[in-house]
Design a protein around this ligand. Structure first.
Ligand SMILES: C[S@@+](CC[C@H](N)C(=O)[O-])C[C@H]1O[C@@H](n2cnc3c(N)ncnc32)[C@H](O)[C@@H]1O
Length: 201
């Protein structure tokens, strides 16, 4: 499949998942196990793609796959699939495996790591990521970022994006603290939920 066809397929799948999300709302049962996972809002997805393109991100890490909507937006920012990798972490195995089937069907170089994020960071990931997107538990953002730093998975030039830093600002406190302690300045893009953007200097 050439890249134009890939982008067309991605756009179709993004529309399909957005429609499902609207029908299902988030977390349809008490545990959220079979429910729709609160995905990125419509104002945020295209921004993710634009950031991938602007940063020319080859290796991307996402924490919080859910049904794969944000991962599709991230992949939509690639101009080519050559040399590109997206690693995404999901602790709900059924949801993660379903997302992996979606990515495989589209021929995307996306690997879903099933497991709790801290364990995956420690045991399954290697190499430096050009870009990280945090979108799982907000109160874990700081801990996850610190782990990525200490395992050398991020470094100079890595672009960090994190969702929900406005609508769930208090829960994101640990990330603000971690970045402040590391002397990393950040901006908050005023999307509906708030998207934090920082580049490691
Ligand atoms: C907000 S949803 C992600 C939405 C997705 N990024 C999107 O926009 O399409 C958060 C997901 O993170 C997963 N999750 C929450 N905490 C996690 C953790 N500690 N480790 C791995 N996955 C986690 C949840 O199971 C859920 O599917």
């Amino acid at each position: 499949m050439n890249m134009i066809s890939t982008h067309m397929k991605l756009e179709q799948e993004i529309l399909r998942l957005e429609a499902m999300s609207k029908q299902g709302e988030s977390y349809s049962d008490a545990t959220g196990r079979y429910g729709w996972r609160n995905p990125v809002r419509r104002d945020t997805g295209p921004l993710l793609a634009a950031q991938v393109a602007a940063h020319d991100a080859y290796r991307i890490l996402e924490i919080g796959t859910a049904h794969g909507l944000s991962a599709l937006h991230l992949a939509n920012g690639w101009a080519t699939l050559e040399g590109r990798e997206l690693h995404t972490i999901e602790m709900d195995d059924e949801v993660g495996l379903q997302a992996q089937r979606l990515f495989d069907g589209l021929g995307l170089p996306v690997k879903v790591h099933i497991g709790e994020a801290m364990g995956v960071i420690e045991n399954q990931l290697q190499g430096r990521f050009d870009m990280v997107f945090l979108d799982a538990q907000k109160s874990h953002y700081g801990m996850q970022w610190n782990a990525l730093v200490s395992f050398g998975l991020v470094g100079k030039g890595t672009l960090l994006l994190a969702d929900n830093v406005i609508d769930r600002k208090v829960e994101c406190t640990s990330l603000f603290q971690a970045l402040n302690e590391q002397g990393i300045s950040y901006q908050v893009i005023p999307t509906e939920c708030g998207l934090l953007s920082a580049v490691v200097g």
